[in-house]
Design a protein around this ligand. Sequence first.
Ligand code: FE2
Length: 200
Amino acid sequence: MTDPAIRSLAPLRAFITDLTQLLDEHPTEPRILDQGGQMLATLVARDDWLPEAFAQPHPDHYQQMLLHCDSAERFSVVSFVWGPGQRTPIHDHTVWGLIGMLRGAEYSQPYVRDAEGRPLPHGKPRRLEPGHVEAVSPTVGDIHRVHNAYDDRVSISIHVYGANIGGVRRHVYTESGESKSFISGYSNAFLPNPWDRSKG
Ligand code: FE2
């Protein structure tokens, strides 16, 4: 294994610059999900770039590690580190999101709300394997619950959202339809540095 300290972040840098260029063209959401999804698929097709500091699970809950936030807060890139068996509540995003599986596997169960606001499972859970990408948004389906497919190992997915997601007010839902707003924040105080081109 390469020393994590000298692991090249060139793939992350390329993803950031490519997505920035795409957003500079003011694309429609379908184009962002399509072309941005292809960019994310390229990023998660290889698992040799994420620094170890951003791949560490927490024993009690999943970690949301910010990797990059666009200076205009048009998008953010987050490493989700799932400890064995860890899961989210049922939640929404309120902005477009792309989820790329980097390591391990996870299940995402989509929900739709009924007339009383209760979240009902919509279709079967989707299993994401390394290299897979799925999309969420208020237009393509925004409510889901995610869990690590494994009870005995860490899984990691790389998420991209159409905002500074850690600062967005959104919602969790109970099975009975009660909703509660929340702002997730992030698990990390420091970001990786993909801009040192002497490292590759
Ligand atoms: Fe989510």
